[in-house]
Ligand binder design. Structure first.
Ligand code: GLU
Length: 325
């Protein structure tokens, strides 16, 4: 379908990850090290796995079987020190080949490194998330044999954790309650546009000490000077000026947390070592890094994958004939 009927392009695709590993600073290759020395240092699997994987004559079926068997035996070691990745779809529609590509990369990365692969359903947007979409995603993953190594995590079931984490940030003065009404925000925006500035929240509620009403959002106190460096394993170092980020919302007025907030809480809580996702999220990562730092969490490694685009250069969608899986 991909090759014959529709023309797809990859935006600035730097080459297959597994071949370009060294160029992009990802150490997939075991060049310069013998298999034995690799095992002696950090690789948690029995040597048998490596030899099976390397022997091109081994039938594929056999390889898969043996790898999975080794995986089961070394789960405790895996948890201790290895790769953990996640595929985190928002269940707001049926997944198509573009979404699934992200899952495939995550799954391959986990399998390659003998790590684990988790599915996290990002269903905090109650209006747009549907049970049908969740079922389609999970069935689709199963159909594609992209099996998760653990039970799927549902963000909608973790609200207490998010509330607790938001309180923690308010207490440590990295977040604050904002009581601005929609009318005030509209007015702020109008004035900024009139002055030729980029519309952004101006931080006026940072100073508010006493509660003004029970209608508020929780905002992150984003640094307003300097810049943040995203060290991406494919794109290299990407600098984002902090002036481009405003005090973004962590908890909405209806009590629901936002994507930027929960993604950081969960990636830390789930011990994710590598965040592999579409490059449409690259700039969001600047916000996430500030949040990771505010919590004092260690940063995961970031790998943003170029998106599949339609023939007109825009992001692949149904309009281009992208089929639901
Ligand atoms: N729910 C987000 C999406 O579907 C996940 C992004 C991420 O992997 O952090 O785009």
């Amino acid at each position: 379908k991909l090759h014959n009927e529709t023309h797809y392009q990859l935006r600035s695709y730097p080459g297959p990850v597994w071949l370009a590993g060294e160029r992009y600073g990802i150490s997939y290759s075991d060049k310069g090290q013998t298999s034995a020395s690799r095992h002696a240092t950090s690789f948690p699997f029995p040597r048998r796995r490596e030899s099976i994987l390397r022997d091109p004559k081994q039938p594929r079926r056999n390889m898969k079987y043996r790898v999975l068997e080794c995986h089961r035996r070394s789960t405790s070691q895996l948890m201790a020190n290895s790769v953990r990745v996640r595929f985190a779809p928002s269940p707001t529609g049926d997944p198509h080949v573009g979404n699934i590509r992200t899952a495939v990369f995550n799954w391959l990365f986990a399998r390659h490194h003998g790590g684990s692969f988790a599915i996290r359903i990002e269903d905090t947007d109650q209006e747009r998330s549907t049970q049908e979409s969740i079922a389609t995603i999970l069935q689709g993953m199963e159909w594609l044999s992209l099996k998760s190594d653990e039970e799927p995590v549902y963000q909608s079931q973790r609200m207490d954790l998010y509330q607790q984490k938001a309180d923690e940030l308010i207490k440590s003065n990295f977040a604050y309650k904002c009581y601005c009404t929609q009318a005030e925000l509209d007015e702020m925006r109008r004035e900024q546009v009139e002055r030729g500035e980029n519309p952004r929240y101006d931080g006026r509620c940072r100073k508010v000490k006493e509660p003004k009403s029970d209608q508020f959002v929780v905002r992150f106190k984003s640094p307003d000077k300097g810049e943040v460096k995203i060290s991406d394993h494919l794109f290299g170092d990407v600098l984002v000026s902090n002036q481009e980020l405003d005090d973004f919302v962590l908890i909405r007025s209806n009590g629901m947390p936002t994507y930027h907030f929960v993604v950081v809480v969960d990636d830390h809580d789930m011990d994710i070592s590598h965040v592999i996702r579409g490059d449409d999220h690259l700039k969001n990562t600047a916000k996430h890094i500030h949040l990771f730092n505010a919590f004092g969490y260690q940063l995961p490694k970031f790998i943003h994958l170029p998106m599949i685009l339609g023939s007109d250069g825009s992001r692949l969608s149904k309009r281009h004939g992208a089929m639901d899986i």
